[in-house]
Design a protein around this ligand. Structure first.
Ligand SMILES: CC(C)(COP(=O)(O)OP(=O)(O)OC[C@H]1O[C@@H](n2cnc3c(N)ncnc32)[C@H](O)[C@@H]1OP(=O)(O)O)[C@@H](O)C(=O)NCCC(=O)NCCS
Length: 179
């Protein structure tokens, strides 16, 4: 079945929506952490730590040029996930577009939603891209090479290993040009 996937910039009033989805995203990552770790703890309200400086992903009068983007992924008009883009390379320095976070709710997974969303995101943001994947995140390790290899707009695709200090896992870099 082909789903009607759309990706739109998150409206300013959708900041709470993205913050809420980010809680589930954090929950996903918490499964990779050992019980002895002090990370991924919840507070008295059962909430994980909020995304640092989430508000900076929305345009503000103080910032002349956009360098961060918050996007909402929908399926048939219903919220199915989010993505955050910025210009921070996991190899240090800057890159035109970095897929900082991307998340699809469990219900919508393995139905081609992320694949369709990624194409829309790339089409709206052509240029030099990076996607860094945490080594222990098996679904993402499987997902990204497949989607990048199948996308005709992706050129000069290169995989590099993170340095193990700033990043542990593959960092894919490529140029995206609308086909
Ligand atoms: C990674 C993620 C975005 C994939 O979303 P999705 O909508 O399920 O992806 P798609 O349905 O488009 O998957 C396309 C292909 O990727 C591969 N893939 C995706 N998820 C996979 C998994 N859990 N295990 C193995 N392969 C997987 C498959 O080849 C799949 O095609 P198939 O279903 O026909 O076999 C989603 O699992 C997610 O949100 N995970 C939690 C957050 C996260 O890890 N984000 C990525 C950070 S880099």
């Amino acid at each position: 079945m082909i789903y009607d996937v759309s990706v739109q910039p998150a409206e300013s009033e959708e900041q709470a929506l993205v913050a809420g989805l980010f809680q589930f995203y954090t929950y996903h990552f918490s499964q990779f952490e050992p019980p002895s770790s002090p990370r991924f703890e919840v507070d008295a309200r059962g909430q994980f730590e909020a995304y640092p400086d989430l508000a900076s992903y929305w345009p503000s009068p103080g910032r002349a040029t956009a360098d961060r983007w918050a996007l909402v992924i929908r399926v048939g008009g219903r919220v199915a996930g989010f993505a955050l883009l910025n210009q921070l390379s996991h190899r240090g320095g800057a890159v035109e577009r970095n897929m900082a976070e991307m998340f699809v709710l469990a219900k919508y997974r393995r139905a081609g939603v992320a694949s369709a969303a990624v194409v829309q995101i790339f089409d709206a943001h052509p240029g030099q891209w990076e996607v860094a994947i945490a080594q222990r995140n098996a679904p993402a390790i499987a997902f990204w090479p497949r989607v990048l290899a199948n996308e005709p707009g992706v050129h000069q695709l290169r995989e590099q290993a993170g340095d193990g200090i700033h990043w542990t896992g593959p960092i894919w870099s490529f140029r995206y040009q609308r086909p």
